[in-house]
Design a protein around this ligand. Structure first.
Ligand SMILES: Cc1cc2nc3c(=O)[nH]c(=O)nc-3n(C[C@H](O)[C@H](O)[C@H](O)COP(=O)(O)OP(=O)(O)OC[C@H]3O[C@@H](n4cnc5c(N)ncnc54)[C@H](O)[C@@H]3O)c2cc1C
Length: 519
């Protein structure tokens, strides 16, 4: 017999299968020994009240063992004789587009400017060790895209449940733990993601697709108003319709589009800092009990407020994580966050950012015109350069949280996870007032919402600017570019996604649109 049951349990009751069997026996009156297996279908933590609960939907197998698999794997056909489609960029948008193309019988030719995910790891380590950023291989560029060395959180605001579940199943098929199918806040971790990405590449190659690393697209091949392929930095040409999934940091791509008069527009972003607390402090605030971490994962938080007509909010929180140097070129400091699958570090970080619209830019930097489609990109560049000027190489400027709120330079800094190092700097002074004033107000509000959150134990590290694309590449019917046939702007860089899962969903949709284009 199979029974599905909703449970609301104390954390200690939800730790393992044995304790769950005891609970199921209590709830159903069945003997514990008769419960052969318990499968968790949905799991979420409710930490809103003083007593923390774990909400579970489980399937109990009584007098029988599970026979069905946790997910149905996709059969990828051989497409070596299929029509060619060029996929530029091997981030989640490009990789999921390639896999979906295969499902649809089309042959993906993936072109990626960076290195494979293993080789890339060495370049990333070099950023902290040698303080130098390889402009073709870094936290943004290389196999797996910006998501490869990330927290690997897979939650999204996308309301398309079916699409989200499909993406999670594809991750599982390529090696991610099936627990991501159950968790309300699924997470893979930076230590596990590279292996998953390698398996995806292996599937693309097994099915007859191609993957070209260290191959940068330089321009489109055009026939009238149709994109019929690309030319790379070595002059090599690849022919076929193009899925352009180059991410939000490919500024050369945006500049090429602008110079070629290909329709794009400026898009709003959010900017601010990474804020890092000791994880133990966040655990105490959220879980209200000292032994919580025996049973519960590193605690998360999420804040949002309004200040001066703009949102101020926490972004991409990484419990038990690290702040990382995410610059993609020289004379920039950009920070982001990641965490391993265990979320076991001593720190909790998140982006603390202020929403910014294109029309805000001239009020901050009067020399930038809001009428340029590149105005938000130019703003990002200026702020990242300013951060670099106020830091030292990849050593980032930083300030204690209460010192920032009270406009004081920090006389010393707490230990922190950012391995290139931090330097005390008056962020309240040199960050644009548009951002600094709103962050200050936001911090005061968050401190009231959550006692202990506004503290000098927390460190702000500058600057977080790559929260989403500063440009939108305009799409029309069937996800094609508004003017150019055969061009499918895709994922975060095109301005239609934000985060791993939504970029992956958009990749799949673009692949489906190419199939329609061929039909
Ligand atoms: C450190 C970090 C942590 C993050 N953590 C999370 C998280 O936990 N959860 C989450 O949902 N999101 C996270 N993100 C954001 C997430 O990674 C992105 O939203 C997602 O990767 C966007 O996918 P994409 O495929 O659209 O673009 P990208 O992942 O940016 O991929 C674009 C790819 O295109 C390649 N490329 C660029 N230009 C060219 C060219 N001219 N020719 C050939 N190739 C080119 C790049 O090298 C890159 O590999 C994180 C980002 C960073 C940097």
């Amino acid at each position: 017999m199979i029974r599905e049951i909703q449970l609301r349990l104390l954390p200690e009751e939800a730790t393992c299968e044995a304790s769950l069997k005891t609970v199921v026996a209590r709830e159903t009156g069945v003997k514990t020994d008769d419960i052969q297996a318990v499968r968790i279908l949905k799991r979420s933590i409710d930490a809103r009240q003083r007593t923390v609960f774990v909400n579970l939907k489980i399937r109990a197998f009584i007098h029988e063992l599970p026979t069905e698999p946790e997910f149905e794997p996709i059969e990828y056909p051989d497409v070596s004789k299929g029509k060619r489609v060029i996929v530029v960029g091997a981030g989640p948008g490009g990789l999921f587009a390639a896999l979906r193309l295969i499902e649809l019988g089309l042959r993906p030719i993936v072109v990626e400017r960076g290195k494979d995910v293993r080789a890339r790891k060495r370049d990333i380590a070099r950023i902290s060790r040698e303080q130098s950023v390889d402009p073709e291989s870094n936290y943004s560029f290389g196999e797996g895209g910006a998501g490869a060395y990330s927290d690997g959180k897979l939650y999204t605001r996308s309301k398309k449940r079916g699409s989200v579940e499909k993406i999670l199943r594809v991750f599982c098929q390529h090696g991610a733990s099936p627990s991501i199918l159950a968790d309300a806040h699924p997470h893979i971790g930076t230590d596990k993601l590279p292996r998953v990405i390698e398996q995806m590449r292996a599937q693309i190659l097994r099915s007859g697709g191609e993957v070209h690393f260290q191959t940068r697209m330089e321009r489109f091949l055009l026939r009238g108003e149709e994109v019929v392929g690309i030319e790379t930095h070595t002059g090599q040409c690849f022919e076929g319709p193009v899925i352009l999934a180059t991410g939000h940091s490919a500024r050369d791509v945006y500049r090429y589009l602008y110079a070629s008069r290909i329709a794009i527009e400026a898009k709003g972003i959010a900017v601010g800092v990474r804020l890092e607390h000791p994880q133990a402090l966040i655990d105490r605030i959220q879980y209200h009990r000292l032994d919580a971490r025996k049973y519960l994962p590193a605690a998360e938080y999420s804040f949002v407020a309004q200040s001066g007509g703009r949102g101020v909010y926490s972004f991409c929180m990484c419990p038990g994580g690290f702040i990382v140097p995410a610059a993609s070129g020289p004379e920039q400091i950009v920070v982001n966050g990641m965490s391993p699958s265990t979320r076991g570090s001593r720190w909790a970080n998140s982006g603390m950012v202020v929403e910014l619209h294109p029309e805000d830019i001239p009020t901050i930097y009067s020399e930038i015109s809001a009428s340029s489609p590149l105005c938000v990109l130019q703003f990002q560049e200026q702020l990242e350069r300013m951060c670099w000027t106020n830091g030292h190489r990849q050593v980032a400027p930083a300030q204690r949280m209460e010192d920032f709120v009270h406009k004081r330079l920090s006389s010393n800094l707490p230990s922190c996870s950012y391995t290139p190092g931090v330097l005390s700097s008056p962020l309240h002074h040199w960050m644009p007032a548009f951002v600094a004033d709103r962050l200050r107000e936001g911090f005061l509000r968050f401190g009231k919402m959550s006692r202990g959150f506004l503290t000098n134990e927390a460190l702000m590290v500058g600057v977080e600017t790559r929260t989403s694309a500063p440009v939108r590449i305009l799409r029309g019917a069937n996800l094609q570019h508004v003017v150019l046939r055969g061009l499918f702007p895709c994922g975060e860089g095109a301005g239609y996604a934000g985060g791993i899962v939504s970029a992956a969903i958009d990749g799949e949709r673009c692949a489906e649109s190419v199939a329609v284009f061929f039909s």
